[in-house]
Design a protein around this ligand. Sequence first.
Ligand code: ZN
Length: 213
Amino acid sequence: MLTDKELDNFIICKKCDTLHRKIPLHQGGKALCSKCNTLIYHRDDKMIEKTLALVITTIISLMVAFNFTIISININGLEQSLSLLSLFSVLLEHQQYVVGVMFLFLIVLFPLMMLSSIFFALFFITIKRYGYTVRRLLILLSHLKHWNMLDIFFISLLVAMVKLFDYAKIELGIAFIAFILTLGLELTITKNINFDELWRKYENTYGDNYDKE
Ligand SMILES: [Zn+2]
């Protein structure tokens, strides 16, 4: 039987299941599957810094998307400028509870949870502290990453807006652009983040001492 440590030296191609022995890569290097040529793993020493910068940009963009006018709405001749957050209360006023809750969860809570988890995990790794929290966050993120955020956000936003079209004339505002930008940035983060690399960094940073904090 192989120990966990020895198993760490092997990696399976996600596409064709071929087993490969890992070799150390130079900065920017990529390891391809010898059978199907799929990218198996790569090394990017600047991944944490790059992702951290992206996450901070995304949080700023998300704040703009939340607080500025996303749509101007005309209900019964009454002109009203709505932010994403006030859009939520409008949905509730019109008894769109299911859409409202979906909207709150998918557009507000889920991205905030995802972004702050990534932010704190990367930030703590950078300052080399709170290993136990980093471990919990990485486990949480490995579950969350299977969600295709872009699709569900966009669909729920569209559903919310289509519902509002029944009641109102709608014009798009600055926050709508910020929202699209946020979605693009989130997609880039999801593509960029490399969990194998993060776990490797985690082990290099905290060793076996994460329980002691
Ligand atoms: Zn393969």
